[in-house]
Design a protein around this ligand. Structure first.
Ligand code: 1PX
Length: 215
């Protein structure tokens, strides 16, 4: 058995989960958002232990959000929108410097939200890549354009070293478990708009509430 994080990855499942993230009126369900990340972490774990420090941080953040979801105020955490409203109205967010709420849902989700932008860029590059493109280059370009801006030097350095250990494009496509390369490319084309939409909705919500720089 093992934990969900150990089981086999399939790109289709990730895409399905991100599809389930959006409610009819375009709110983002936190439970599905977290489930999407859990599945991505499965893939990351299957790539080897050099990615352990990345996976540990992501798992830690997921656990914080799950604790909110399962906590006594869990009903306030059904969507990202309700979470933001609840935490802000009840002053449960450290807005300018770290203080009494180091594990607010808002600041925790913001870290994953920034990582989602990396994912969007990376999957976009994978989709349009040619057979001889390097995954490590696509990954670090995507990282440099997004997440890295929020990381200190030492994290950027460690991430850069880890990227060099990524399997090549053929092996990477294999790991996604959705058939031959053409099919992976097609699936990515199908799934990327969903991920972009979830990203965009969260981005607008956070901008609107001035939450883009939560410590
Ligand atoms: C189909 C392809 C899918 C590939 C799946 C890969 C899943 C990757 C999951 C990455 C999640 C990263 C979350 C990072 C959150 C973060 O920015 N945390 C930092 C800030 O947190 P704090 O609480 O201190 O404010 C924290 O300092 C992070 C430390 C860990 C290093 C983060 C490096 C992130 C690199 C992201 C690229 C992943 C490369 C995966 C290669 C496939």
């Amino acid at each position: 058995a093992g934990t969900e994080e150990d089981q086999k990855f399939c790109l289709q499942e990730v895409l399905d989960t991100f599809k389930l993230c959006l409610s009819e009126n375009k709110e983002v369900y936190l439970e599905q958002y977290v489930a999407g990340w859990r599945k991505l972490i499965k893939l990351l774990n299957s790539l080897g232990s050099v990615f352990g420090f990345i996976s540990n941080d992501a798992v830690n953040k997921i656990h914080i959000l799950v604790a909110h979801l399962n906590g006594e105020n869990g009903s306030q955490y059904v969507t990202v929108q309700s979470m933001v409203k609840y935490e802000l109205e009840n002053e449960l967010v450290d807005l300018t410097k770290r203080g009494g709420h180091p594990e607010s849902g808002c600041r925790t989700l913001l870290r994953l939200h920034r990582a989602l932008r990396w994912l969007e860029l990376f999957l976009g590059r994978l989709r349009t890549s040619s057979e001889d493109s390097k995954t490590s280059v696509m990954c670090s370009e995507s990282y440099n354009e997004s997440l890295s801006q929020h990381h200190p030097w030492v994290v950027r350095k460690a991430a850069g070293l880890a990227f060099c250990m990524l399997p090549g494009r053929p092996a990477f496509f294999e790991v996604m478990n959705v058939g031959p390369p053409e099919q992976v490319v097609a699936k990515l084309g199908e799934g990327l708009p969903l991920i972009s939409e979830v990203y965009q909705i969260t981005e607008e919500l956070y901008t609107q509430h001035n939450l883009m720089d939560l410590p």
